[in-house]
Design a protein around this ligand. Structure first.
Ligand SMILES: *Cc1c(COP(=O)(O)O)cnc(C)c1O
Length: 459
């Protein structure tokens, strides 16, 4: 395989991709495959001798698509979307062709500068303060970890990076029960410890109760602990719950604590001004993460973190051995902002996506998804034996049958059927089915097919 062959096979791959996308509606969203079936088709060891690309490509076609869960299927309503717009796919292809590594400005001037501009474009499109800067991570998990590490270092006057945590006071971090498990993972990795992640009580809308936050911080201060920060959520993963951002930030600020907001899914909707009341007060946040790879169409992986002031995060994460020093004036080295040293050129797919659809094209999609989710919830609410258990939060709602066993068996029948794909969560102890509308190419008909399938299979 050389670059001439690559030219030929790239065209084959492009043709394959076109046919794949055109045929997606005819495939089940989730494959009917048993664990181990794919591995069993591969030889036990790597080939000693080169194989022809013809054989490799044929094996790909025979083994992979039929054992793939199709995230770009227009009737994927599970989890949250991982949208890949065609423009984003093209950008990834170009980034892959250059295959650069953007740890420093010097190793990737274009990637670094386009990243800076994309953060500004998105910040302004989402109505965030013009003083905010930011960076692009692989995932919301890494962005939240970076924020939590920064909270830890700030609380300990930047000593713990050097001394470790063994002689430090007990750090405490606050988040709601609806917050994503990536926050739990961050406190574990950061050495703060799961026991020191305080899950603050919720109000009747499953949002953090600011008075309970204040009480939790005060109780920890009385006990001699060291509060280090608050993580709030906008559009939680389970049912789409959002914390009252303004009120919780006011409490955090009264204790001089930094605030990180996880809006991994719902953040994309903030390009529509009418949804911004959901995070009213956001301008007071120190750090915000959202995933353009979820709802905006810049494919996985792409998580944007906005920072009111990057100084503390840079002080936490920057490490500059001699072999990484560069000369030639002040530049931004984004590896100082993030956990890994090496970085992919993720900004290119944002640049292509934002230009190819325009903010109005992206807003249109999100508005349609929210509207269709509302219509769908209304139809499901009328089906016998079913009830809406949480109303639409943007485009996410849940429903259930009369008891857990009936709900679970309905979900299994739905997913065995293959026309749509839904997943479950537990809410107030009850097993419920989640529906989120957000696939980039889905139509109203695709969404309404959920009602059809559920009606048929729940009868
Ligand atoms: C998806 C999601 C995450 C995790 O995202 P990754 O980018 O996969 O790490 C975190 N928080 C919320 C609210 C999410 O929806």
């Amino acid at each position: 395989m050389n670059h001439d062959d690559l030219n030929h096979w790239s065209k084959r791959a492009a043709d394959w991709a076109t046919a794949y996308h055109a045929g997606l509606r005819d495939r089940p969203v989730r494959p009917d495959v048993t664990p181990g079936a794919v591995a069993a088709q591969l030889p036990a060891a790597a080939p000693e001798h080169a194989e022809p690309m013809e054989t490799i490509f044929a094996d790909f076609e025979a083994i992979v698509p039929g054992a793939t869960t199709h995230w770009q299927h227009p009737r994927f309503f599970a989890y949250f979307p991982a949208n890949a717009s065609p423009a984003s796919m093209l950008a990834e292809q170009l980034a892959n062709a250059m295959a650069g590594q953007g740890m420093l400005w010097q190793t990737a001037p274009a990637a670094t500068e386009i990243e800076g501009v994309m953060v500004v474009w998105l910040r302004d499109a989402m109505g965030l303060p013009s003083a905010m800067t930011g960076t692009i991570h692989d995932s919301a998990t890494t962005a939240t970890l970076s924020a939590v590490l920064t909270m830890r270092e700030t609380a300990l006057a930047f000593r713990s990076n050097v001394t470790g945590l063994s002689v430090q006071p007990r750090l405490r971090l606050y988040a709601s029960e609806q917050t994503h498990s990536s926050v739990d993972k961050a406190v574990r990795i950061a050495g703060i410890g799961q026991d020191n992640l305080v899950k603050v009580a919720l109000d009747s809308r499953f949002a953090m109760d600011p008075a309970a936050l204040d009480a939790a911080i005060r109780a920890d201060l009385d006990a001699g602990h060291l509060p280090c920060g608050v993580v709030l959520c906008v559009g939680g993963t389970s049912i789409g719950a959002s914390d009252p951002i303004a009120a919780c930030i006011a409490v955090a600020k009264s204790h001089e604590l930094p605030v990180h907001v996880d809006a991994a899914w719902a953040g994309s909707a903030m390009i529509c001004p009418e949804f911004r009341p959901l995070w009213q007060g956001i301008e007071g946040a120190d750090s915000i993460v959202f995933n353009p790879h979820k709802w905006l169409g810049a494919q996985f992986d792409c998580a944007v973190q906005f920072l009111a002031d990057p100084t503390a995060q840079l002080r936490t994460l920057t490490i500059k051995p001699d072999y990484l020093l560069t000369t030639g004036g002040p530049v931004t080295d984004y590896s100082d902002w993030t956990v890994p040293l090496g970085r992919r050129f993720r900004a290119l797919k944002l640049w292509f996506t934002l230009r190819a659809y325009g903010l109005d094209g992206l807003r249109n999609r999100i508005r349609n998804h929210v509207e269709w989710a509302g219509e769908l919830a209304d139809v499901i609410a009328e089906l016998p034996g079913l009830e809406i258990t949480t109303p639409p939060a943007l485009s996410l709602f849940t429903f259930a049958a009369r008891d857990d066993a009936a709900t679970q068996s309905l979900l299994e029948r739905i997913n065995a059927d293959g026309r749509i794909y839904l997943t479950q969560t537990r809410h107030l102890g009850r097993y419920v089915i989640r529906v989120q509308v957000g696939q980039f190419d889905c139509t109203r008909d695709d969404v309404m097919m959920v009602a059809e399938v559920v009606r048929e299979l729940s009868a």
